[in-house]
Design a protein around this ligand. Sequence first.
Ligand code: ADP
Ligand code: F6P
Length: 493
Amino acid sequence: MSNQKASFLVVANRLPVDSVTDADGNRHWRRSPGGLVTALHPVLQAEKGTWVGWAGNAGPAPEAFDLEGVRLHPVSISQAEVQRYYEGFSNASLWPLYHDAVETRTFRRSWWAAYEEVNQRFATIAAEEAAQNAVVWVQDYQLQLVPAMLRQMRPDLRIGFFLHIPFPPVELFMQMPQRVQILKGLLGADLVGFQRPFAAQNFLRLTKHLLGLQPRGHYVAVDDDLADERLVRAESFPISIDTATNESIAAEPEVIKRAEEIRNELGDPRTIILGVDRLDYTKGIELRLKAFRELLEDGELSVPDTVMVQVATPSRERVEHYMKLRNKVELEVGRINGDFGQVGGPAVHYLHQSYDRRELTALYRAADIMAVTPMRDGMNLVAKEYVSSRLDNTGALLLSEFAGAAGELHQAYQVNPHDMAALKQGFLEAMHASDTDKIKRMRAMRRHVRKHDVQRWARRFLSALGVPEQQALSRQCLGQRAEGTFTTVNEPT
Ligand code: ADP
Ligand code: F6P
């Protein structure tokens, strides 16, 4: 394993790997699928980069190791810290607050102390692993204090931060007891990226409201004792998917065959409605089920003509709101199936499981209507994955106005999921739209996700950070060898 310091680091709550056990019982690490990893892997490889993150289990962390040309540096998180830093402050304080408080947020001082401590641990490791003048890209709400902590230790670094979830309006953010610390933590970065322009505006407004700073355009000047005056840039960089890979999976003959099998197994209904979400209260699964039930009650839909498939990926299962949500969703599924199902033919096929990429893509291919109806969501990559899988431009996307993706996928059937009548109407509109209308919409959305893929997202962010590794990135993505050090290149947005 190399002891070389890294010129490019990613710092994220989770490492991009899964621990797998092979047929002989040996455990090893495998790169986990996912757009962020795919986008950053070429840069990490080209720059001999390091990814600092948690391996997902409580207790001591394994030694740092190399995988596919990238150094992975696991961070240890104790059982008590998992409860306080991850389940507590990250997922029971910040998560609900940042998602428009669609569930009650809880603040506990012990959770905050653990959040600070774990953030300091991540920052210290990054400071130790970074070469002089290295670029460090910190990810997401679990690590908002890391930019300032890192700058304190290593003022030579170029620091970027990207928030994958929404950033709340001033009035909501002000509820947080540690609002000043969080804001100052983020201001340690040179560039703070958000999914939507509103989020960046909320952040800039807060710097004025809470700290008395004077934001101008996308910038705010801070004076943090380390430099006379430093400019922090805040802007939106909507994340995306690895469209090319998604498209090629969707074109595989086995995936096409599997999609046909799925339709068959579902009894060849006229319409398949699909939902694919982590089992999270922000995703609007309950509202979606309610709308489906009411449409069945109203006689607007009937089984087995129409069936719903709801994949609800297990998530954060020890956090109270998530346990309650699971009970509520499963009760509602049972109720709908009891009232409208038939022997061997449920109205809702409920799957509380994880799937591999190909099975998920086959589901996307099989679905006539993809229902993405979160009450609030940073982006929602599932919506983009569905669009990219519809190679023949068929299918319809029912999309909540409150998903970040709504800012880009204008041709989706957009709805306000808080308005039950509108949600039901949205389902019917998507269902009864003409083929011509659906194809026109899908073609436009596919064009968008093709152009705006995750590689472009990473290039735009790094370019704005003043880092030219987009050169390395684009060369690698084109299958060429990246070489040399960073030099600045500006890319138009
Ligand atoms: P979030 O980040 O809140 O979970 P997104 O929709 O942005 O929501 O991203 C979810 C990602 O997880 C997508 O890439 C999707 O394909 C993947 N995913 C969702 N459900 C499953 C599942 N059951 N099995 C495997 N992957 C899943
Ligand atoms: O969307 C935010 C996010 O933290 C993603 O980065 C992550 O994939 C997802 O939620 C699941 O979160 P967790 O790491 O808590 O399982």
